[in-house]
Write a protein of this length. Structure first.
Ligand SMILES: Nc1ncnc2c1ncn2[C@@H]1O[C@H](COP(=O)(O)OP(=O)(O)OP(=O)(O)O)[C@@H](O)[C@H]1O
Ligand SMILES: [Mg+2]
Length: 220
C-alpha cells in the first residue's frame, strides 16, 4: 500500500524563484490497484513519480510504502526490489543487446539462482513479444519494441510497484495503446501496483482510480 500525506515539493532556485511543484495532497493506493496520474504540463506529475520512484528524497510530507516511511528505506534497496520506473524516453543502453538490457538491473543485485533468472528472462521476452529480437541493439528497434524492452527490464527484478511516466509519449496512438494494454496485462498477471502518468485522456478514461493534478494539487 502507498499512503501519501500532505506531499509537498519545492524547487528552489534562489530566493525569488521558488516553484511549488507539489503543493500538499493526500492519496491512498492499495496494493494491486491501477492508478492514472493526469493533469496539464507542469502540474507536478513527473515530480510525484520521481518521489515515489525513490529518485528524489527532497520532499516534505509523508510517503508510506508498505507500512514503512519511504525516507527510512535504503533507496538502493528500494529501487532494486520494491519499485521500477518506465519512462517516455526508454533509456536503453545503446551498446547492449535487447536481452542484455533486460538483464541489466539484476547484474547489480544479489546473485540469485542463475536458472531462475534465465527463466524470468525467457518469460519476459515472450511476454513482450521480443524473443526473436533478443540479439538486436536498441537502434535496430521500433519505438514500440524499445518500450517493450524497457517494460521487460523494469519487471526483471519482480518489483511490487510499477511506475510509468508517459510511457506512450513517443509512440503513435495505436502502438501506445498496445503498450498500455501490455502494462495492464502484466499488472494483472504479476499483481503489481501500477501507476501511469498520461496526457492521453483516452487512457485515463478507462481507469477508475485517478490523481488529477493542477498546480501541484489534487483537483478532486
Ligand atoms: N529540476 C527542476 N528545477 C526547477 N523546477 C522544476 C524542476 N523540475 C520541474 N520543475 C517545475 O516543477 C513543476 C512541475 O514539473 P513536472 O515535471 O512535475 O510537471 P509534469 O506534470 O510532469 O509536466 P509534463 O506533463 O510537461 O511532463 C513545473 O512548473 C516545472 O517547471
Ligand atoms: Mg512530466
Amino acid at each position: 500500500m502507498i499512503k501519501i500525506q500532505n506531499l509537498t515539493k519545492k524547487y528552489i532556485r534562489g530566493k525569488k524563484n521558488i516553484v511549488d511543484a507539489l503543493a500538499g495532497f493526500d492519496c491512498k493506493i492499495k496494493e494491486g490497484e491501477v492508478w492514472a496520474v493526469i493533469g496539464p504540463s507542469g502540474s507536478g506529475k513527473s515530480t510525484l513519480l520521481n518521489i515515489l520512484g525513490g529518485l528524489d528524497k527532497d520532499y516534505s510530507g509523508k510517503v508510506i510504502i508498505n507500512n514503512k516511511d519511504l525516507k527510512k528505506y535504503d533507496l538502493n534497496y528500494y529501487r532494486r526490489h520494491v519499485v521500477s520506473t518506465i519512462f517516455q524516453q526508454f533509456y536503453l543502453i545503446p551498446s547492449l543487446t535487447v536481452e542484455e538490457n533486460i538483464k541489466l538491473p539484476i547484474i547489480f543485485g544479489k546473485q540469485k539462482n542463475k536458472e531462475e533468472l534465465n527463466e524470468r528472462l525467457e518469460y519476459l521476452l515472450r511476454k513482450v513479444g521480443l524473443t526473436k529480437r533478443r540479439k538486436h541493439r536498441p537502434n535496430e528497434l521500433s519505438g514500440g519494441e524499445a518500450q517493450r524492452v524497457a517494460i521487460a527490464r523494469a519487471l526483471m527484478t519482480n518489483p511490487r510497484i510499477i511506475l510509468a511516466d508517459e510511457p506512450t509519449g513517443n509512440l503513435d496512438s495505436k502502438t501506445g495503446k498496445q503498450i498500455v494494454d501490455l502494462l495492464l496485462e502484466l499488472h494483472k498477471e504479476e499483481k503489481t501496483t501500477l501507476i501511469i502518468v498520461t496526457h492521453d485522456l483516452s487512457i485515463g478514461k478507462h481507469l477508475n482510480n485517478k490523481i488529477e493534478l493542477l498546480d501541484g494539487k489534487r483537483k478532486k
